[in-house]
Design a protein. Structure first.
Length: 157
């Protein structure tokens, strides 16, 4: 799934439901009070096993420092009436690769990172067989000038 801010959400749990309700309340408040509100949909950034963090940096994770930068950038855009933005590491993938990522993620990853098998093997990690969603940050890049620097390649060093 190519996850943009325009994708119609399908809440799976109480966290998702309350997050979406909060965004709707923020939109209403921004409109009725004419005050700027920016909602950030921040990807995974909590501590996990290094192999999991690496895989998430490909598609739906972010370094805490990049997430912090996104919050500071949002503060710099106080004239924006309302906005919702995905905040994640920059995925290397293209939207036309979504189906292939679902059935054969290693081949797609290798296209962008030819040495990935060697790097993962040296760390005794496995490439994910499938990637089911990719968080897209194009809108945050355009509107907030968000530029994450700790993406997949930086994480691997």
């Amino acid at each position: 799934m190519w996850v943009t801010e325009d994708l119609v959400p399908r809440p799976r749990d109480i966290y998702d439901i309350t997050k979406l309700a909060a965004e709707e309340l923020c939109a209403l408040f921004a409109h009725e009070a004419s005050l700027p509100v920016i909602c950030l949909r921040v990807a995974r950034f909590f501590p996990e096993r290094p192999e999991i963090v690496a895989v998430h940096r490909l598609c739906r994770g972010v370094d805490l420092r990049d997430a912090t930068t996104a919050h500071l950038l949002a503060l710099d855009h106080r004239t924006m009436p309302f906005g919702v933005f995905n905040i994640s590491a920059r995925p290397p993938f293209d939207e036309n690769e979504v189906e292939e990522l679902l059935v054969n993620a290693p081949d797609v990853i290798r296209r962008y990172y030819p040495a990935v098998d060697h790097v993962f093997a040296a760390r005794q990690w496995q490439l994910p067989p499938t990637i089911d969603s990719v968080y897209v940050i194009d809108r945050a890049e355009r509107a907030l000038d968000y530029r994450p620097v700790r993406n997949f390649d930086a994480y691997l060093g």
